[in-house]
Design a protein around this ligand. Structure first.
Ligand code: HPA
Length: 249
């Protein structure tokens, strides 16, 4: 596989972002030494290629704690991307929104996170890494500028990660709001921690697919998450295209 500067992880329902890439080669999760991906909406492969002015490897799908994997297995793809030469990591996910002004169908760029999974990929060593700025401030400024120029609503906020796989109760959502969360999901934070430990620059985006439990009259469903993700994917496609149109920053 060719050396790539940027790794992009595509979350639930967002796999179509890979259509942007002029693909040179494809590697399955198994070939890269990962467990296979079992969740619908997650393809389970790496696509290496060119996107605008950048060499990228897209990870189509990811592994989750709720599939029974541990934090090391969940983040194996990030270590693999780093081994392939990725210095920058773009993470995407589907998330429930807790913020009344951030409706489903919009995107939120992570400013910070709450790791409520109870685990870390760095367990087993004295990895006391600094976590003051997990989501790269310069990248965030750049993406905000590009989103504004493209007319794409891009909110900013704090993402809380729980283990799942069940969605939250309304009481859990009230707790998360009290803790300062703007969005909730079941991925991303362990990958971001692993990437920072490897010295990668990280940016992360949540596709807000639904109101969090108890915030609307609706019940939550995986199909709604996948459907809204697919509808909102073109916005992120535009943003990534704009970012990849330049080689720097
Ligand atoms: N909660 C947790 N994970 C999610 C949600 C949610 O509401 N939506 C998409 N992923």
């Amino acid at each position: 596989m060719t050396a790539a500067k940027t790794g992009i992880v595509l979350g639930s329902g967002l796999g179509s972002l890979a259509n942007l890439i002029e693909v040179y080669s494809e590697v399955s999760f198994e070939e890269a030494g990962l467990h296979p991906s079992l969740v619908s909406g997650h393809a389970g492969r790496f696509l290496a290629g060119r996107l605008g002015e950048r060499e990228v490897i897209a990870m189509q799908g990811r592994l989750h704690l709720y599939e029974g994997h541990d934090a090391k297995a969940v983040t194996a793809g990030i270590r693999w991307l780093h081994q392939q030469g990725a210095e920058t990591l773009i993470l995407t996910n589907a998330a429930g929104t807790l913020h009344p002004d951030h409706p489903p169908g919009h995107w939120m760029m992570l400013t910070d996170h709450l790791n409520l999974t109870g685990t870390s990929p760095l367990e087993g060593g004295p990895n006391f890494i600094d976590m003051s700025a997990v989501y790269d401030p310069r990248l965030r400024i750049r993406f905000s500028q590009l989103a504004e120029a493209a007319g794409l609503p891009l909110h900013e906020g704090v993402y809380a990660a729980l283990r799942g796989p069940q969605y939250e109760t309304p009481a859990e959502i009230r707790m998360l709001r009290t803790l300062g969360a703007d969005a909730v999901g079941m991925s991303t934070v362990l990958e971001a921690i692993q990437a920072r430990a490897l010295g990668m620059r990280v940016a992360a985006f949540s596709c807000l697919t639904n109101w969090a439990a108890g915030m609307s009259g609706e019940f939550l469903s995986h199909d709604e998450v996948i459907g809204t993700g697919a509808d909102a994917a073109p916005g992120m496609t535009e943003l990534l295209k704009a970012w990849c149109a330049q080689e720097t920053t």
